[in-house]
Design a protein around this ligand. Structure first.
Ligand code: DGY
Length: 321
């Protein structure tokens, strides 16, 4: 009998085809995630679970699946999964690092440029039939070359962002749990403390995991230390930024602009106050959304779950069991 695997959302064909070769697969093939109670029922007889960042995977859910041998997340971030609880139950957790690094950094840089040069405002201006003549001072933005980019979190994606910024002649500052001598030597990035980064950066791009330490890292205090023209780019996780404090900072001109791929709450309701501001760009968590990246992510998740149900070490593990 094939091991039973539950998949919480549609996967690219090639990944699904690989999974069904070895596993008896049940898929939640809807646009919205299965709710927690349904997921709890579904894991009851499953050996493996392939999940997304929209699924809450906690200790109770794990206990509802007595045969669960592996939890395989189709994302690099896994703050939706209680990893210590999985480890305590000897359940390996897998993720999909590396294959979305370039796509995510490309998108973070696209947001930086779109905010600096007010691209979305320009599009709205034309669509609203306001474009009547060429204007010397129309929609003036900020220079990128020569500006300072502060990177918070110099992991894989932070370094890829630094590489892009170096190509645009930006000055680079970073803070990170660990110093990255290679990035310092190769890209000329300077390691600074958090306050210095806040005070000196024209653009700040977030590339940290969501943890107890990073939740709300960008709140009223941080915004108070930033330049009035500063642009905040978030492609990491929404709750790293305090949405109320961001609203106040943008509204009161404490900072200049924000470009968010991730929000808190997520999805952001259409009547949320952040969407009333002119100096913000918000897109629906699509930084890794290229065909190649998402297909590779799904393939890695499938490799993880197949290894897990066979009792083999995961090729891309989060915890060590
Ligand atoms: C991740 O992988 O953590 C991204 O947020 C979605 O690709």
């Amino acid at each position: 009998m094939k091991p039973k695997v539950y998949v919480t959302r549609h996967l690219p064909k090639v990944a699904l085809a690989k999974l069904v070769e070895t596993c008896d697969v049940e898929i939640w093939d809807e646009e919205f995630p299965p709710d927690y109670d349904l997921l709890t029922e579904k894991v009851a007889d499953k050996d493996g679970l392939v999940c997304l960042l929209t699924d809450k995977i906690d200790a109770d859910l794990m206990d509802a699946g007595p045969n669960l041998k592996v939890i395989s997340q189709v994302a690099v971030g896994y703050d939706n999964i209680d990893v210590p609880a999985a480890t305590a139950r000897q359940i390996p957790v897998g993720n999909t690092p590396g294959v979305l690094t370039d796509a995510t950094a490309d998108f973070a840089f696209a947001l930086l440029m779109a905010a600096a040069r007010r691209v979305v405002e320009g599009v709205d201006y034309v669509r609203a039939d306001k474009w009547q003549t060429w204007g010397l001072t129309l929609l003036l933005g900020q220079d990128i070359a020569g500006a300072t980019l502060g990177i918070v979190g110099m992991g894989r994606i932070g370094q890829a962002m630094a590489k892009r910024a170096a190509g645009f002649d930006m000055r680079l500052l970073y803070t990170s749990r660990q110093r990255k001598p290679e990035a310092e030597a190769k890209l000329g990035a300077a390691y600074v403390d958090f306050d210095t980064l806040l005070q000196e950066s024209d653009f700040i791009s977030l590339h940290v995991n969501l943890t107890d330490k990073t939740r709300g890292l960008f709140g009223a205090e941080a915004f108070g230390k930033m330049k009035e023209t500063a642009v905040l780019i978030n492609t990491a996780r929404g709750p790293v930024v305090d949405s109320d404090a961001l609203y106040d900072a943008l509204k009161e001109g404490q900072i200049g602009y924000a470009a968010l791929d991730v929000t808190d709450p997520e999805p952001l309701p259409v009547d949320h106050k952040l969407l009333t501001l002119p100096n913000i760009i918000i897109v629906p968590h699509i930084a890794s959304a290229t065909i190649t990246s998402r297909t590779k992510m799904a393939m890695m998740a499938v490799e993880n779950v197949i290894a897990g149900v066979k009792g083999e070490p995961l090729p891309f593990p989060v915890n060590s069991i």
